[in-house]
Design a protein around this ligand. Sequence first.
Ligand SMILES: Cc1cc2nc3c(=O)[nH]c(=O)nc-3n(C[C@H](O)[C@H](O)[C@H](O)COP(=O)(O)OP(=O)(O)OC[C@H]3O[C@@H](n4cnc5c(N)ncnc54)[C@H](O)[C@@H]3O)c2cc1C
Length: 439
Amino acid sequence: MRPTLLIALYIGLTFLPLVLAWAGARPPRSFWDELATGAGLLAFAIILVEFVLSGRFRSISARIGMDVTMRFHQLFARTALVLAAIHPFLYRAPFSPQHPWDTTRQLTLTFDLSHLWTGIVAWVLLIAFVLMSIARDRLGYKYETWRVMHGAGAVLIAGLILHHTLSAGRYSQDPVLAYVWIALFAISAASLVYVYVLEPLMQKARPWTVSSVRPIGLKTWELSLEPLGHKGVTYDAGQFVWLNVGNSAFSMHENPFSISSAPASGNTLQFVIKELGDFTRTVGAIRPGTRAYIDGPHGNLTVRDRAEPGIALIAGGVGIAPLLGIMRQLHRDGDTRPTLLVYGNRAEEQIVYGDELEALARDHGTKVVHALSEPPDGWQGRVGMVDAGLIRQLLASEDMQQWLFVLCGPAAMMAAVENALIAAGIPAGRILSERFDYD
Ligand SMILES: Cc1cc2nc3c(=O)[nH]c(=O)nc-3n(C[C@H](O)[C@H](O)[C@H](O)COP(=O)(O)OP(=O)(O)OC[C@H]3O[C@@H](n4cnc5c(N)ncnc54)[C@H](O)[C@@H]3O)c2cc1C
C-alpha cells in the first residue's frame, strides 16, 4: 500500500464517525455541545485506529518505516488524550435548563451515572494510560510487563468507551453510527488477535534454529539463524525482525533486531546484538540448536529501487547492523555506485567486522571512515563524534546534493546528522533512518 493511500485510509477511518454524525438530520444544538461531542467522537476513532499503528503490521511499517509508524502512534495517542480530556468540559447543555419537550435528550444531557460511568472511568484511565506510556522508561517496568499492560489497558479503555459511546448522548441513538463503532472496535480487537494469536501460530509453523553465536566486539555478538524445514524469509537488506529465541512462539519475549546479513547470501539470517538489558545480556549463553521464531521482515530502511548516484551510510555503534546488510547486498549485486561508510564508536574494541570493512573498501571501493570518541594511543582514524561537520568534510558539496543518506545509530547522533542534512537543503526523502529506541 502506498503511503498516500495509508494516510487517506487513516483520515477516512478516523473522521468517518464524525462525518456520519454531522450528516444525520437532527435538531440544532449549541456550537459548544456539538464541539464537545465532536471531540469525543474523534478521540475514540483515533484510539481505535491506534491498535493497527502498533508497528506489527508489515503493510504499514514496511511502507512508512518503523520510526514514522511509532511516531504517528505516539502523536495520535497524545492528540486523542487532549480531545478526550476536553470532551466533557466543552458541553454547555448541562448548565442549560431542561427542556420539557426534549424527551429523547437530543438537546440536554443526562447526569444519569448508569449512562456515564464507563465514560468517566475510561476518561481517568486514558489519562493515566497515556502518561504512563510517555514515562515508560522512568517507571522501570520490564519491557514485556509493560507490553502486556499496554495491550490489556488499551482493550479495557476501548471497551469502556464503546459502552459509553453506545449508551450516552444523542449520537448513541443512531443505528448506522453504532454499527460503525462496533466495526471499528472489532477491527481493533482483531488486530490484537492477529498479533498475539495468528502471527505466533504462523511463526510456529516456520521455526528457526540458532546455528552459531560468537563474540565480534566489546559486549557485541553475532547470532546466526537457519530455517528449520522451510525456505526462510524474503527480505530487503536493512530490514529488521522481532526475534524470539528459546521461548514459545506465543511468548512476549521478543525483541527487534536488524538483519545484518544480505538477502543474496542465502537463507541464513545474521544479527549483530549489543548487550543492553535482560535478553541481550544473555545472548552469549545461547546454545546452537536453540529454537527461535521471527516476526518480520519489518521496516523500510532499504536502498532497493533507489536511483541516487551515490550512497552515504552513517552508523553509530550497533547501528552498523542494518548498514552491514545493505553494504553486503550492494557488493553482491555488483552495484558500482560510490559508497561512503562513516562508522562511529566510543572505543576501538567496539568496532565489528573491521576486516570485512577493509575488504569492502578494497574490493567494492567503499570509502570507510572510522571515528572514535575515545581513541587509543596511535589511532589513525578520525577522532570525535560523528556529526554533520565530519560528513561535510568527507563529501563534496555536489555529492551532498545528490546522494542518498542512510543513518542508524544513537538518538543524539541521528538527530545531529539529520538536522544538519535538512539544514543543508537535502530533502527528507533522501534521508533514510532507523532508530533503535522509540520512547
Ligand atoms: C527497529 C529496531 C532495530 C534494532 N536493531 C538492533 C540491532 O540490530 N542490534 C542491537 O543490538 N539492538 C537493536 N535494537 C535494539 C534492541 O531491540 C534492544 O537493545 C533490545 O530489545 C533490548 O532488550 P533487552 O531485553 O536486552 O533490554 P531491556 O532492558 O528489556 O530493554 C531495553 C530497551 O530496549 C527496548 N526494547 C526492549 N524490548 C523491546 C521490544 N520487544 N520492542 C521494542 N523495543 C524493545 C525498549 O526501549 C527498552 O526500554 C533495535 C531496536 C529497534 C526498535
